[in-house]
Design a protein around this ligand. Structure first.
Ligand code: 6GU
Length: 241
C-alpha cells in the first residue's frame, strides 16, 4: 500500500518511522511519503491560511496550496482515496480501518486551524473518492495526530505486518464487542490471582469465560456497542447475561 500525508507539520508524523510501522516500511509492505504543504506556497511568508469568509474566529486553510499540491501529487489516471481530517468528518472505526486497508493508495490532507476551504474537498470529489474523517468527538489542533492513529490502525491490518494474524480475529471491536481482560504469569501477584479458569487447560471453558467477560465489559464501558450488536450473533447464554 502507498500512503501520502500532506501537512504543515511534517515533523509531527515522525513517529511513523518507529516500531512496527517503521518495520513495515523497511520491509516494503508500506510506502509512506510525508509532504510539507508549504512547498506549494509562492509568497515570502509561505502562508497557508486566511480569515474565514463571513467572519468569525480562527483561520481557514486557503485552497491554492492544496489545489497545486494535489495536482502535483496526483498527476495521472491513478487516483488515491483522499482522506481529509476534520472533527466534522465521518467517525473512524475498525470497520473503516478494514475498508481503507483494502485500498492501494491513500492520501491524507491534514486540516489545521478551522479547517480547509470546503472547495478543496468539492473540487477533488469530481475526480476521486474523498472522505472527511474524524477520530472522535473532541477537537484537536489539527489532523496530524488523527493521521497517526488511522495509519497505525490500517497498517496493522496489511498482509504480512502482524506476525500472528490470528490475533486480529479476537481483538476488541472485531465482533462489535470489547475484548476480555488479559493476564500473564505469575499466577498470583500482590495477592491477586489470575482467574483459575484461564489456568484450567479447558479451552471450551476459557472461550466461554472470555465471551462472558467481553459481554460484561462491553455492557459496562460501552452500552452503545451492545445496543448495536446483531442479536443473531448472541447465543442462549449471551442473552441471559
Ligand atoms: Cl480528524 N481533526 C481535528 N482537528 N480534530 C479532531 C479530529 C480530526 N478527530 C477528532 N477531533
Amino acid at each position: 500500500m502507498r500512503i501520502d500525508v500532506v501537512t504543515v507539520f511534517p515533523e509531527y508524523l515522525s513517529p511513523l518511522e518507529l516500531s512496527l510501522i517503521g518495520r513495515a516500511r523497511e520491509r516494503g509492505l508500506l510506502e509512506l511519503n510525508v509532504h510539507d504543504l508549504r512547498r506549494w506556497t509562492h509568497d515570502v511568508h509561505h502562508s497557508v491560511d486566511g480569515a474565514p469568509a463571513g467572519g468569525g474566529a480562527g483561520m481557514v486553510m486557503k485552497p491554492q496550496p492544496w489545489g497545486e499540491c494535489l495536482d502535483e501529487l496526483i498527476p495521472g489516471e491513478a487516483k488515491p482515496r483522499l482522506l481529509v481530517t476534520s472533527p466534522a468528518g465521518r467517525p473512524f472505526t475498525q470497520a473503516m480501518a478494514h475498508e481503507l486497508a483494502a485500498e492501494p493508495w491513500l492520501m491524507f490532507a491534514c486540516g489545521r486551524y478551522e479547517g480547509i476551504d470546503q472547495r478543496v474537498v468539492d473540487h477533488a470529489s469530481d475526480s476521486m473518492e474523498v472522505t472527511e474523517v474524524s477520530i472522535g468527538d473532541y477537537v484537536l489542533f489539527g489532523g496530524e495526530v488523527a493521521v497517526l492513529a488511522i495509519v497505525e490502525a490500517v497498517t496493522r491490518l496489511l498482509p504480512g505486518v502482524l506476525g500472528n494474524a490470528a490475533s486480529l480475529d479476537d481483538e476488541s471491536h472485531n465482533d462489535g464487542l470489547l475484548e476480555a481482560p488479559a493476564y500473564t504469569r505469575p499466577a498470583e501477584w500482590r495477592g491477586l490471582e489470575v482467574p483459575p479458569v484461564l489456568l484450567s487447560g479447558d479451552h471450551g471453558k476459557v472461550d466461554r469465560w472470555r465471551r462472558d467477560q467481553a459481554l460484561l465489559r462491553t455492557a459496562k464501558a460501552r452500552p452503545d456497542l451492545l445496543e448495536r450488536i446483531d442479536r443473531d450473533n448472541l447465543d442462549e447464554r449471551d442473552r441471559r447475561l
